[in-house]
Design a protein around this ligand. Structure first.
Ligand code: ZN
Length: 197
């Protein structure tokens, strides 16, 4: 028996995401670029339907949702994009362990395939300052990265699932520039809407 691909947003077996839910997904507006990145592009406003879509990437049968999101991301890049290699901002070991995989890596692999670019593991998380008593957003912002290899002279495309304050991608960009990158372009699936929306 063939299992129908369920829409991660409405759960109907009409595609992943289904055409009706695609209508609910809003393209992200221009996102402020954190220090460390030469450009930043975001596919969707990370709200309602997009949250369900990105959260749904963790299911085993979400391959078509991953491709759809990667396609939406790639469509936001300028032509020509000038990137040489793709990497991702790795999630914490604890989150990776809970989920069994890193969804930013999953998206980065799908993006690299579409762009016909190589993908490489380039960043490692550095333990941040003490996390006790800090809000979720602050904890995320406490992140630092170190580069695992030299990226001398390369334009690196760094992928992440969601951007909130930009601190994570900014830290990733700074680590890559520190390792010799000519420039670093950020690409994310979702950008959280500005406060008050
Ligand atoms: Zn749907």
């Amino acid at each position: 028996m063939l299992l129908a691909t369920r829409c991660p947003i409405c759960r109907r077996p009409d595609g992943s995401p289904c055409p009706e839910c695609v209508e609910l997904l809003e393209p992200a507006p221009k996102v402020p670029r954190p220090l460390g990145l030469s450009q930043l592009h975001a596919a969707l406003v990370y709200d309602g339907a997009a949250r369900l879509l990105v959260a749904g990437l963790k299911y085993r049968n979400a391959r078509s949702a991953v491709s759809w999101v990667a396609e939406a991301m790639v469509s936001r890049l300028p032509e020509p994009h000038g990137c040489d290699v793709v990497t991702w901002a790795p999630t914490s070991d604890r989150r990776r362990h809970q989920r069994g995989f890193d969804q930013s890596e999953l998206l980065a692999r799908a993006v690299a395939r579409r762009l016909h670019l190589p993908i490489a593991t380039m960043l490692r998380r550095r333990p941040g300052p003490s996390q006790t008593g800090r809000s979720a957003a602050d904890r995320r912002d406490g992140v630092g990265f170190c580069a695992r290899r030299s990226v001398e002279g390369l334009v690196v495309l760094v992928v992440d699932d969601v951007i909130t304050t930009g601190a994570t991608l900014g830290a990733a960009g700074q680590a890559l520039v520190g390792a010799g990158a000519a420039s670093v372009v950020g690409l994310v699936a979702g950008a959280t809407p500005p406060p008050g929306r």
